[in-house]
Ligand binder design. Structure first.
Ligand SMILES: Cc1ncc(COP(=O)(O)O)c(C=O)c1O
Ligand SMILES: N[C@H](C=O)CCC(=O)O
Length: 423
């Protein structure tokens, strides 16, 4: 049983988990997964759940997609780690660069955290400047440069600025509100010429989902150009999620550096940072900015990522996943209205989140002012009915190519009952 496993796990892992985002603070215990297939998770309690977490984003094709499974199985029949280069890493890099045209050179690492950490180090190495600017509620992984007013589990658990980050390090990270150009302009006027990089989630997906205001990402880019600052677009979530060219393609913005992760590993550990040749040639061993890793460009992640991107090139996967999120978003507004509840939905492509609030959600403050308790009540009710929503209003729901009409129809019925149950 999940409850027994959690009791045991709590004596072994802090909070019983290996990432706070998995802890589900509103439930006595998280469920434990035994297996997964398509849009479904199967738990140790014998339950079948429709999954809207999808590994926190990587599984855009669904669990255990046949093309990914075949590719990984074939590779594992051979072997799995060399500590030497493979043709696979060239194949995957070229595939990524065919689509994300701002990337002329790339370095694979093992996580999104390493990707953003190294991109920031590289920006500092390139510009010779110390400061970075990040946005409130944006999450870029769990390293010291960015664990300041962060989103995701850090927001869910009320520790947006982590203990243990030295003041000296935190002071180098200037935080401004997301979607507020005036605040950014002010920060850039004060310190712009000392800022190595602005790092941003082009679509904020770790404080719930907050789409950028129209033209905002372009305006941020413009500001960086005026001050000789680099723009790092953190596309760990949005890369290959909102389309083959990522959010930079959607908004027509060319960043200096891009960070990727999640989908490009097809469900296996991955991260990458890349950008113009001029900047990337500073990376070791070509240049003095050091990066290394035993598992960098892990062959299994390369194989799974390549299989995933090839599948996405077919466009069918995007069509199904986007349609599912669209229908769910529309249904939630309708269900909320009929239940007499004030609900707001944000959706971009196959990501969505809903909030109990009377006003549009355009900033982190709007999210924080939404009724989190009601969100968590719906979450718990939906779970009883076999639907696993994002476990916090600070995370987002992801759909996949496995979320077909039947899956969505079932979910809508379950949500209808869940909304009624919390009234
Ligand atoms: C936008 C963004 N950047 C970076 C990261 C860090 O990636 P990882 O969890 O692979 O370290 C995450 C997720 O955790 C993320 O959502
Ligand atoms: N929101 C995070 C990543 O995007 C959740 C991943 C985690 O912390 O386990």
């Amino acid at each position: 049983m999940s409850s027994d496993l959690f009791k045991l796990a709590s004596t072994i892992f802090p909070g019983g988990v290996n990432s706070p985002a998995r802890a589900m603070k509103h439930l006595p215990n998280p469920f434990y997964v035994r297996s997964a297939e398509g849009a479904y998770l199967f738990t140790e309690d014998g339950e079948k759940l429709i999954d809207y977490c999808m590994g926190f984003g990587p599984l855009i094709l669904g669990h255990r997609h046949p093309a990914v499974l075949r590719a990984v199985q074939n590779w594992l029949e051979r072997d799995w780690l060399y500590g030497a280069p493979t043709k696979l890493e060239i194949d995957e890099a070229r595939k990524i660069m065919d689509h994300v045209r701002s990337i002329e050179m790339i370095r694979f690492v093992s996580t999104g955290t390493e990707a953003t950490m190294n991109a920031i180090r590289l920006a500092r190495g390139f510009t010779g400047r110390k400061y970075i600017i990040k946005f409130e509620g944006n999450f870029h992984g769990s390293h010291d440069y960015v664990l300041v007013k962060a989103g995701s589990g850090a927001a869910t658990w009320g520790t947006p600025t982590s203990a243990g980050v030295p003041d000296e390090a935190a002071k180098l990270t200037i935080v401004v509100p997301y979607n507020d150009l005036d605040a950014l302009e002010k920060a850039m006027q004060e310190r712009g010429d000392e800022v190595a990089a602005i790092i941003m989630e082009p679509i904020a997906a770790n404080y719930g989902l907050i789409p950028p205001r129209e033209g905002y990402v372009k305006e941020v880019k413009q500001l960086t150009e005026e001050h000789g600052t680099l723009l790092i677009l953190d596309e760990v979530v949005t890369g290959f999620r909102v389309g083959l060219e990522g959010a930079q393609g959607l908004f027509g913005v060319k960043p200096d550096l891009t960070t990727l992760g999640k989908i490009i590993g097809g469900g296996f550990p991955i991260g990458a940072f890349g950008g113009s040749r001029e900047i990337m040639k500073l990376v070791s061993p070509l240049g003095p900015v050091y990066n290394a890793g035993t598992f960098n460009a892990h062959p299994v992640s390369m194989v799974a990522g390549l299989a995933t991107i090839k599948e996405l090139e077919g466009e069918q996967a995007y069509a199904i996943a986007n349609e599912a999120a669209k229908r769910l978003g529309e249904a939630i507004i309708d269900i909320g209205g009929r239940a007499g509840l004030d609900v707001w939905v944000n959706r971009v492509a196959s990501m969505f989140q809903f909030y109990f609030t009377k006003k549009p959600v355009e900033s982190t403050r709007d999210v924080a002012e939404s009724n989190e308790k009601m969100y968590l009540k719906v979450h718990a009710e939906a779970l009883k009915r076999g639907v696993y929503l994002a476990p916090s209003q600070y995370e987002v729901n992801f759909t996949s190519a496995a979320h077909d009409r039947d899956v969505v129809d079932y979910t809508i019925r379950a949500l209808e009952e869940s909304f009624k149950a919390i009234k």
